[in-house]
Design a protein around this ligand. Structure first.
Ligand code: UDP
Ligand code: MG
Length: 324
């Protein structure tokens, strides 16, 4: 029998976990799919500060299909998902959020597409009305920019709700970069992709952990992780401003030679200094982003540290975290 793993990163989700398990039950009892599958639900507790860990332990006691993993602290959703990828033992893996925003009844349709031969079946949001207009607009601009810089198809309405074939999981495991934007990684690995539409639900309980600042960091990681286009942009800006400066210099020289120079032009001087200062800082900032990335990558730290893990059968998979 084929086996499907479900990966769920969990951070402060005590209010949602029981309802999530109830929602998953008909699926993992094989009542929602045509065929029978072995299911495994890998819950990665990403250093929650609430009672999520206890709830997970009790769910695990009730249902042996649940794999209960506790990371040693909060590593962030991207790294928690990386831990999930490392632990998958199924032929395919579904990634979903713990807050019930990803409806369970979309999964059987994903599984059907997978059975039809698609390797990366991603959920496509049909409706973003739960997001503010500002967020929608910024997201739209960002993804257009990302696509243009990287020439990769990263879609604004597709996210982490997806089913990945074993081959995709293997490819993702080989990408160990530390400042991750997993959404861009899905595009990078390629494979045959197909979408399944779904309506994004409202978060059931608790609060979203993604503030504007965290989303901005993720956005910058998406760009600096895949393209050096901003560096090119800084060089072009440098060439343009220096060309402008030379032309202006020639103009000033000629003007002074012909008309003489009663000391004037103070406002122009100030404007020029400030303008050039601004551009220099911008360029240094861009270079700094990349140096920062190099710094983090050269440290070569593991993406996550496991505290406890219960329920994973031993297997010879490379890269698999060891059972403890
Ligand atoms: N999450 C996580 N670690 C974090 C933040 C979030 O594992 O540091 C999990 C969270 O429990 C949820 C998923 O990532 O299952 C999505 O988080 P959230 O709902 O806060 O994000 P949003 O839906 O607002 O994008
Ligand atoms: Mg959410």
């Amino acid at each position: 029998m084929k086996k499907i793993s479900i990966i769920i990163p969990v951070y402060n989700e005590e209010a949602n976990l029981p309802a999530l398990y109830e929602a998953l039950r008909p699926l993992i009892d094989n009542q929602m799919t045509d065929r029978q599958y072995d299911w495994e639900v890998i819950m990665i507790n990403d250093g929650s500060r609430d009672r999520s860990s206890e709830i997970l332990a009790s769910l695990r006691e009730r249902d042996p299909r649940i794999v209960d993993v506790n990371l040693s602290r909060n590593f962030g959703k991207e790294n928690a998902m990386a831990a999930g990828f490392d632990m998958v033992t199924g032929d395919a893996a579904v990634i979903m959020d713990a807050d019930l925003q990803h409806p369970v009844d979309t999964i059987p349709r994903m599984v059907a597409e997978w059975e039809a031969g698609w390797q990366d079946v991603y959920g496509l949001r049909t409706d973003r009305s739960t997001d503010s207009r500002m967020k929608r607009k910024l997201t739209g601009i960002y993804y257009r920019l990302l696509q243009r810089c990287t020439r990769m198809d990263v879609l604004a309405d597709a996210g982490d709700f997806r089913l990945l074939d074993r081959q995709c999981i293997r490819a993702l495991r080989s990408l160990r970069e530390s400042q991750r934007n997993t959404k861009a990684l899905y595009s990078w690995i390629g494979f045959k992709k197909k979408h399944v539409e779904f309506t994004y639900g409202k978060r059931q309980g608790g609060t979203s952990s993604f503030s504007f600042g965290r989303l901005l960091t993720l956005a910058i990681d998406g760009i600096t992780g895949f393209t050096t286009a901003p560096l090119r942009f800084a060089s072009v800006l440098g060439i343009l401003t220096s060309t402008g400066a030379i032309l202006y210099l020639i103009y000033i020289l000629i003007k002074t030679l012909i008309y003489g120079d009663p000391v004037a032009g103070f406002p122009t001087l100030i404007c020029t200094i400030l303008f050039l200062g601004g551009i220099q800082l911008l360029a240094i900032g861009i270079i700094g982003e990349y140096i920062g990335r190099i710094f983090h990558e050269t440290k070569n730290q593991p993406l996550y540290i496991i505290d406890t893990i219960s329920g994973l059968p031993e297997s010879g998979e490379p890269n698999r975290a060891k059972r403890q």
